[in-house]
Design a protein around this ligand. Structure first.
Ligand code: PEP
Length: 270
């Protein structure tokens, strides 16, 4: 019997990328906190992933106001410490109460030459430090046009699982982020997102069996208030990784609210 979807709490993660300095971060988090007042926080996990230079400030606000928001990072080193100029270690992130790290975002793969094996090593390091890796996978527009989306997912998911020991699968999150949808305003259809997220779960199942039912699989790529409910209505879409729309408190809060509404309606569906 498969695990009901309701066993996987939805996660809405906001990736700020290289936007908002620490002053702007204060404004955004305070505005978000106001908009989330009275919201049933047990319904949805929320994480925000500011730039490194904002982490200390945002940690302070979340802690002082006991906000139901987890702090996340956008990247980290797979190394413990040492001569890695410009990198940030997991020990440093842990000291700032960071709970999760985005691993292998397509922009890290594209602009910073992160490989599949770097992604696996980083996911392993994140898990070793008891943080949650949010591992990004997804095809380019060209790969989609050539009909090799599934092959790309097989390669990326298989490689990423190489960094995940048996028995800890439920601590990982996979984000399906088709590159052609990131920052373009053109999201995948809910059906296409479902097909890919289901395929990712099946790939995990083929290696790890029923543990796959406990892995949260997110969709990312131009998610916004207008499409959040439809995307979250899909049985294998357990949350959203949100870029542009996480930079505004109004739009990010609206996505969280849409998720809660939708999940409330669909919880229990398997
Ligand atoms: C992202 O950067 O992970 C992302 C999904 O961006 P956007 O929502 O802006 O497409």
């Amino acid at each position: 019997m498969s695990t009901p979807r309701s066993a996987r709490r939805p996660l809405i993660a906001g990736n700020w990328k290289m936007n908002l300095d620490h002053v702007a971060a204060i404004r955004l988090v305070q505005d978000l906190a106001l908009r989330l007042r009275g919201f049933d926080h047990k319904m949805v996990d929320i994480s925000i992933h500011p730039p490194f230079t904002d982490l200390r400030t945002v940690e302070g606000i979340i802690g002082a106001d006991r906000l139901p928001i987890q702090l996340g990072a956008q990247h980290c080193s797979s190394h413990e410490d040492g001569a890695f100029t410009g990198e940030i270690s997991l020990a440093m992130l842990s000291r700032l109460s960071v709970a999760s790290v985005i691993v292998g975002h397509s922009e890290r793969r594209q602009f910073f030459s992160m490989t599949d094996s770097d992604v696996a090593a980083t996911a392993r390091a994140v898990l070793t430090h008891d943080l949650t890796p949010i591992i990004c996978v997804g095809e380019t527009g060209e790969e989609r046009e050539s009909g090799v989306t599934h092959e790309v997912l097989v390669r990326q998911v298989t490689a990423a699982l190489g960094g995940v020991d048996r028995g800890v699968e439920e601590r990982i999150v996979i984000a399906y982020e088709p590159i052609w949808a990131i920052g373009t305003g053109v999201a995948a259809t809910a059906e296409d997102a479902q097909t890919a997220c289901q395929a990712i779960r099946a790939l995990i199942a083929s290696d790890r069996g029923e543990a796959s039912e406990r892995v949260r699989v997110l969709y990312g790529g131009s998610a916004k208030p207008e499409n959040a409910e439809e995307l979250m209505g899909m049985p294998d879409v357990d949350g959203l990784l949100v870029g542009g729309a996480s930079l505004g408190a109004e739009s990010f809060a609206a996505i969280i609210a849409a998720t809660a509404t939708c999940y409330g309606q669909t919880a229990g569906k398997s």
